[in-house]
Design a protein around this ligand. Sequence first.
Ligand code: PLP
Length: 450
Amino acid sequence: LHADPRTGAAVKAADRAHVFHSWSAQGLIDPLAVAGAEGSYFWDYDGNRYLDFTSGLVYTNVGYQHPKIVAAIQEQAGKLATFAPAFAVEARSEAARLIAERTPGDLDKIFFTNGGAEAVENAIRMARLHTGRPKVLSAYRSYHGGTATAINVTGDPRRWPSDSGTAGVVHFWGPFLYRSPFYSSTEQEECARALTHLEDTIAFEGPGTIAAVVLETIPGTAGIMPPPPGYLAGVREICDRYGIVFVLDEVMAGFGRTGAWFAADHYDVVPDLLTFAKGVNSGYVPLGGVAISGAIAETFETRPYPGGLTYSGHPLACAAAVATIDAMAEENVVEHAARIGETVLGPGLRELAERHPSVGEVRGLGAFWALDLVRDRATREPLVPYNASGEANAPMAAFAAACKKNGLWPFVNMNRTHAVPACNITEAEAKEGLAALDTALAAADEHTTA
Ligand code: PLP
């Protein structure tokens, strides 16, 4: 916590002069200058410390500066800092082996990328080449990345400026009982209607034109909506019936986030392709990838795969992945995430919902929770309208400011806040976060109308 405010001012000034930030109107942002981070906390140059309930962008699954990962990166840098992707390299081989051991079913070949969007791009390319079909189906209320195809399959407003008529992407509605697109009143009904809707969409698009259905196992950025029992198994069955490749995007939900190595483990479903990134090495060095089924790998046994990246399987990133997976196994981080969700975060958030009229629904599991904030619990009108900005978004801005004032860095998206701390957050830290949310929710309550 010993940081010089003058350094902070210089860091901020150079940022404002030269750094062009993601997803932002450059003149309207005010990024905090960060001096350091450790575990579940980070701090600025002015003596303020924050409990990070965002895990960066939901990726520091083992927290900041985990000593085993830092040491592994340092060791790899000393041994072999980089090497081209066409060679067999120890860190890359070992990372692929450890990942393939954990991915479900026969997803045993790993194509490494630099992050999640590239993983989605390559999964879709593989599906198109494997099936010889052009189209991809994906869900409204989804996020799959910021690159060309990944942003087209995304179902949030960030897609609109980059929408391309040639992308070959068709969106459909996934299940979401709290804001059901199907007017369902039970999970069973929602599941059945969502599956019928998907099958109707496939029928009207032409089954023979569809390469892939791409879904987040549990949609993350769009609202942490665990699918009803039977939904993913139903999608698997529909894909099998029409020869469609089933892609599960586990970029956010994977590697411990939900209290399992992969969210697919909760639903006993095996996709044909599984995309990952973020938690694979807690984001210490950029890394993502696609885990590939035997059948799809077979397509490229004698036919060259027409895709590649200079840094595919970068040794520093792979060494960080090996150390992360080993540390997660040794420290029981996955089991810990499941337990903290069941015993602290879930009950604690539900208890907040009882006392705060602005909380419409609490959803999630593990270290993966959303509070759906509303103006009115009866009508479920969102606290701010879809895609609101400026004055219309003031209630969420007030909530976020109140969190920060109370030492909590919140994840805020539209009318939701997500409690997505490090998967190894301690019970005491989780309770500290719940207490800060309790205070901050009073600011949201002021905007309820009920
Ligand atoms: N897929 C999902 C489910 C994500 O949550 C994200 C990022 O948030 C991505 C893909 C894109 O990953 P990246 O930002 O590493 O390209």
